[in-house]
Ligand binder design. Structure first.
Ligand code: ADP
Length: 514
């Protein structure tokens, strides 16, 4: 079907987009939409304007409109057309965003340019609003994660006090009833701590502030540790935990053993929780070479418990998600565990998958490619811990929280350690200076809390070292972040303990320095 001049003209005039013909310095013709978009009274007025009058002097990118227009004209001449976004100016003065299609054309026998201009100011406004909403939402996520991190951090300090005081009580003379009550409180405080730790982990993962360690360890040992830690819990339900290794040789690897242990503890705890009395749980560990310095490590946690319906199997890895809401009522839990495990596995370059059948049981498989190393790389050897100690020494404790002061004093006393307690970094320094003059004040080690008023533990440690103090300094921090640990060592501390710590952790650290 052919289309005559009249119809072409109608198309031109009826277009909602501004269409205009121009050469370097003048507009030759324009359609009705041009007049509307640029707020112009007539074609004659429009064609009397210089093209530079319908743009601001500079584009939002900072380049002059004239220079940028020349570039677009060159591109249009070279490629046959050029489409771009442009800040235009109405003749009444206000700027607006437009999409421009520039193409070379013939007009009354002359080589000219045709510009089609579409007003996209509404679209841009929407885009901008969307962008603002997105930024606001992202800021809200960061604020939420930070709030969670700060809150859980703050909550850990009093829990430390509760657990410490209960440990002291449990180690004292109690009748059966009292012991039972304290044990109940102790176990509740421990589970509260594990929830707070989960929330802290989760907020750190969400805000991208999660660090993974890279240390050498015996891979099989981790699997056996997990079994040993959960043995009591399994015995309560007469469940047998069996470790099965594909071969007997030890495998030494490099990675984050704490986080791997945390994942396995979670998977095996779930396996015990969702198994029936008398069932058995298997931990099957297999290594397969992949590349020259890596192995693929697969650990399956197999149970024959209640199982998970097929359509719920993906959902259980989501945050705060449980296969069945009745699960919470019957078994407890927050639904954070598996989400954290999967996120941790992913951060370490691995993954966790599940296969399960209702009433038959479940298999959770952790798979990770991990660097291998040789035994000599292992520096940290886990010493068997005996809590009974009688050091007969004196310690300077810098700690501002009165509850923690009492607990640490009593904990140290049980280990045969006298303590002098100060509440700020300043006082720690002053105490040390005095101890140089008065031998009765001399101490053998400093336990330094990191967060104290006036002067924090890091600054106090730096100043102690500067004043020639060579005593072992152990920093107590509630923050397990890698940077925080590095900061302690850089300040001159010998080591650090992450609060809340148990008495056996304190003892194994003191053993090294006393
Ligand atoms: P929770 O703290 O609630 O146990 P998890 O994230 O560890 O949270 O687990 C989420 C849900 O996945 C559980 O509530 C349960 O419904 C299901 N689940 C996890 N492990 C098993 C298992 N071994 N057998 C059956 N169901 C399981």
């Amino acid at each position: 079907m052919s289309i005559d001049d009249k119809n072409f003209r109608a198309l031109y005039e009826l277009s909602c987009d501004a269409i205009m013909m121009l050469d370097e310095s003048t507009f030759l013709h324009c359609n009705e939409a041009t007049l509307q978009i640029f707020n112009c009274s007539s074609q004659e007025v429009y064609c009397s304007k210089h093209p530079s009058e319908i743009s601001p002097e500079y584009q939002p990118c900072g380049t002059s409109s004239y220079d940028l227009a020349q570039q677009h004209i060159m591109t249009a001449l070279k490629n046959g057309h050029d489409r771009f976004e442009w800040m235009h100016k109405r003749l009444t003065g206000e700027n607006f965003w437009a999409e421009v299609l520039l193409s070379p054309a013939k007009w009354e026998g002359k080589e000219v340019l045709q510009a089609v201009v579409r007003d996209i100011s509404e679209q841009k406004k929407l885009q901008r609003n969307l962008q603002i909403s997105k930024e606001k939402a992202e800021m809200a996520v960061v604020a939420k994660s930070e709030f969670l991190a700060v809150m859980s951090h703050e909550i850990r300090t009093p829990i430390h006090g509760i657990i410490g005081a209960q440990e002291l009580l449990l180690n004292s003379k109690l009748n059966k009833d009292q012991r039972e009550n304290v044990s109940l409180a102790y176990n509740s405080a421990k589970s509260l701590l594990s929830i707070v730790n989960d929330v802290l982990d989760f907020s750190k993962i969400e805000s991208g502030k999660f660090n993974i360690e890279y240390v050498a360890f015996n891979a099989k040992q981790i699997v056996e540790d997990v079994r040993d830690i959960l043995l009591t819990k399994a015995n309560e339900k007469s469940i047998n935990i069996e470790c099965i290794f594909s071969d007997n040789a030890s495998v030494y690897v490099m990675g984050d053993q704490t986080r791997l242990r945390q994942i396995l503890l979670n998977l095996v705890s779930n396996a015990i929780k969702f198994s029936h009395e008398g069932d058995s749980v298997k931990l099957v560990s297999k290594f397969q070479p992949c590349g020259t310095e890596k192995v693929n490590w697969k650990i399956q946690v197999i149970d024959s418990g209640i199982g998970i319906e097929a359509e719920k199997q993906e959902k259980i890895f989501e945050v705060f998600s449980q296969a069945d809401s009745s699960t919470t009522r019957k078994y407890g839990g927050t639904g954070l565990g598996l989400a954290i495990c999967k996120a941790l596995a992913n951060i370490m370059g691995g993954d966790i998958i599940v296969s399960s059948q209702t009433d038959q049981g479940s298999v959770f498989e952790l798979s990770i490619d991990i660097d291998v190393c040789n035994k000599d790389t292992i520096t940290q050897v886990n010493k068997p811990l005996v809590i009974r100690r009688n050091y007969q020494k004196r310690i300077l404790v810098a700690e501002d929280n009165p509850v923690n002061q009492t607990i640490i004093r009593k904990q140290l006393k049980r280990l045969g350690l006298e303590s002098n307690i100060v509440g700020t970094g300043h006082d720690a320094l002053a105490f040390y200076e005095n101890s140089l003059k008065d031998k009765s004040l001399s101490v053998d080690l400093v336990l330094m809390d990191i967060q104290m008023p006036e002067m924090n533990g890091i600054d106090a440690t730096i100043l102690l070292r500067e004043s020639g103090c060579s005593l072992p300094i152990i920093i107590l921090t509630a923050d397990a972040l890698k940077e925080r640990k590095e900061e302690c060592i850089k300040a001159g501390a010998n080591t650090f303990l992450v609060k809340p710590f148990e008495i056996n952790e304190l003892v194994s650290t003191l053993d090294e320095y006393l």
